[in-house]
Design a protein around this ligand. Structure first.
Ligand SMILES: Cc1cc2nc3c(=O)[nH]c(=O)nc-3n(C[C@H](O)[C@H](O)[C@H](O)COP(=O)(O)OP(=O)(O)OC[C@H]3O[C@@H](n4cnc5c(N)ncnc54)[C@H](O)[C@@H]3O)c2cc1C
Length: 567
């Protein structure tokens, strides 16, 4: 008997069955909890294997949540025949779109949400990982290494703040020091790049506020930090500026296949007829693969919660740091730790919890408490009173815990960028590059594909008076007085910045959309003061009645009662 089947029998009796065919392990049956269903999948998977687990085990009594999609329909993209249809405008879909805009192609990027970067791409730690804990044989290792190296150029072209601040992995035992020195060639060999061993004293010169219990550390110099949604928005803006068409509020619902090719893709905004389809749907990549007749992997959503600390905590963190051994062995997270953000806050987290709900963005006290307890060991200065808010993101791992960046196995005109869990943000530039290469290769088989000679790699950013010298700021305000009127006091955001955010290549008409672009509401008061003013500016500048201006998602209008009564 197959040893995996034997183990399944031992753990779940005859309730779960396994069948291996066409290079996949198919699991079916019924168990009593989601954790059991996931552990059955994990039991049958081999890290990095190309034989993927497809998990169809049901959980008795569990009703799976419906995917949230826009409730309206129209014909905005009906009948379009793009060369490439990209599904999902997270950092991966947007990086692919920008890479493809270097070619003379008709590219359509569709996103089911009202804005780009609303799923994992805005709900992560923003760390550009050096790749320390990824097995060298995995696809994600290669893409992480390449992506990490691309960051300096990409962020400079897109005008996105990026800090290659480094990362400290701390140890609470002094006797590990000789071993740390012995690991140095390994880091070089596996592409992690420049690494330094720190003694008690040399570590304190860089990070004076780590716990006195920390005795030594490894410093990975290629680690960096970036604003993940800032980068995704910038990718999308530059892609649109170079000719990509972006359709928001557009959910892919169904596909029609003929002779192993996708002929038509139905959305809530019409049916399109693409030559090539790219699956960059994050935690929904398995659903897209299913629609495309190419489901050879499963995604098991894994949520992670982070706390955001007030700017005043930033003085305790120059880089990012964590203590080795503070996570349990079977916990699948890169560990996180305390992460200083490019915007001057500190993140604490994340944890890693399996969930059946792909859009489970709930935060709970237990997660916050656990991550605080864990990271207090390296950062004794952590105070829950410094928390200004929390967020949860959902990772999209396969059971093999590797990325799938390859052509469809059964469907000919399909490419997958699936299973993109952490370090997907780091790897996104490299995934964009790789998928674009595969796409061009496929398209060249059906005709000539030319370079886009007009491609402009540079994205012009929104002006930030708070980051200018006094003289520059004075000159700007002289020219454009709106930049002299502060709307958000916590984050020093001017009226001019908010108006500019409303008129960019990617549409933005919500309070949260403005917040992600220029930060009003990101500070201590969380929009208590500036929220109504931002709402008013959106209404005035985009000609939307105040009572129709939304915070974010559908049905999130902020004003109630008689028209105009609240402001
Ligand atoms: C808590 C947490 C911390 C992390 N920390 C880091 C980190 O520090 N560094 C790092 O490198 N990585 C990190 N990651 C991983 C990183 O966030 C992801 O790998 C990356 O954001 C994945 O991007 P994506 O574009 O593939 O997916 P997503 O951002 O999820 O985008 C997929 C998009 O597809 C859309 N979509 C889905 N279905 C449809 C449909 N039917 N029609 C239209 N659109 C659809 C979704 O709405 C979504 O916007 C972290 C992840 C989490 C959850």
């Amino acid at each position: 008997m197959d040893p995996r089947q034997k183990e399944l029998l031992k753990r779940f009796g005859s309730n779960v069955t396994l069948e291996e065919k066409e290079g996949c392990v198919y699991l079916s049956g019924e168990v009593s909890s989601w954790e059991d269903a996931v552990s059955a999948g994990q039991l049958c998977a081999k890290s990095g294997s190309k034989t993927h687990v497809v998990n169809d085990i049901r959980v008795s009594g569990l009703e799976m949540k419906e995917t949230k999609i826009p409730r309206f329909t129209d014909d905005a993209i009906d009948g379009k025949r793009p060369d490439v249809l990209i599904i999902g405008a997270g950092v991966v879909g947007c990086a692919i779109a920008r890479e493809l805009s270097k070619w003379k192609l008709d590219v359509l990027l569709v996103e089911k949400e009202y804005d780009v970067a609303l799923h994992a791409s805005s709900r992560n730690d923003g760390m550009v990982h050096p790749g320390i804990d990824i097995h060298p044989g995995l696809v994600k290792k290669k893409l992480n290494n390449r992506g990490n190296r691309m960051y300096t150029r990409i962020c400079s072209e897109l005008n996105v703040p990026f800090d290659r601040c480094g990362q400290f992995l701390c140890f609470d035992r002094k006797n590990i020091l000789p071993i740390l020195y012995m690991t140095l060639p390994y880091w070089l060999l596996t592409g992690v790049g420049a690494t330094r061993v720190h003694t008690y004293d040399s570590l304190r010169k860089k990070e004076p506020d780590v716990s006195p219990e920390v005795k030594c550390a490894l410093e990975f110099k290629r680690a960096g930090i970036v604003c993940p949604y800032g980068l995704t928005i910038a990718y999308a803006e530059n892609a649109v500026q170079n000719g990509v068409k972006l359709s928001l509020d557009t959910a892919v619902l169904k596909m029609k296949l003929v002779d192993g090719r996708i002929k038509a893709v139905k959305t809530n905004r019409g049916t399109v007829f693409p030559k090539l389809v790219i699956n960059a749907a994050g935690v929904f990549a398995e659903d897209i693969a299913e629609m495309a007749g190419d489901r050879f992997f499963s995604i098991h959503p894994r949520k992670g919660t982070n706390s955001i600390l007030d700017r005043k905590a930033r003085r305790f963190v120059n880089t990012t740091y964590s203590l080795m051994g503070t996570q349990s062995k079977d916990e699948h997270t890169k560990g996180g730790g305390v992460v200083g953000t490019v915007d001057g806050n500190v993140l604490v987290g994340p944890d890693a919890i399996e969930t059946p709900d792909k859009e489970n963005f709930d935060t709970d006290a237990k997660s916050i408490k656990n991550t605080f307890l864990r990271h207090s060991q390296v950062a004794p200065w952590l105070k829950s009173g410094d928390i200004i808010t929390y967020f949860t993101g959902v990772r999209a791992p396969t059971y093999e815990e590797d990325f799938i960046v390859e052509p469809g196995r059964r469907t000919k005109n399909l490419l997958h960028a699936a299973g993109i869990q952490s370090p997907g943000l780091t790897a996104a530039p490299a995934i964009g590059e790789k998928i674009a290469k595969l796409a061009i290769k496929k398209l060249k088989k059906t005709g000539r594909v030319e370079k886009n000679a007009a491609f402009d790699p540079v994205r012009v950013p929104i002006l930030r008076p708070s980051e200018m010298s006094k003289a520059e700021r004075a000159a700007l305000i002289e020219r454009e007085p709106d930049y002299g009127e502060i709307v958000c006091r916590c984050e020093e955001v001017s009226r001019g910045e908010i108006i500019a955010a409303l008129h960019r290549p990617v549409p933005c008409a919500t309070v949260d959309g403005v917040k992600r672009r220029v930060r009003p509401g990101m500070g201590r008061c969380q929009g208590g003061f500036c929220g109504p003013l931002v709402l008013k500016l959106i209404s005035q500048n985009l000609d939307i009645p105040e009572e129709k201006v939304r915070k974010g998602t559908q049905d999130s209008e902020l004003l109630f009662g008689p028209k105009g009564a609240a402001l």
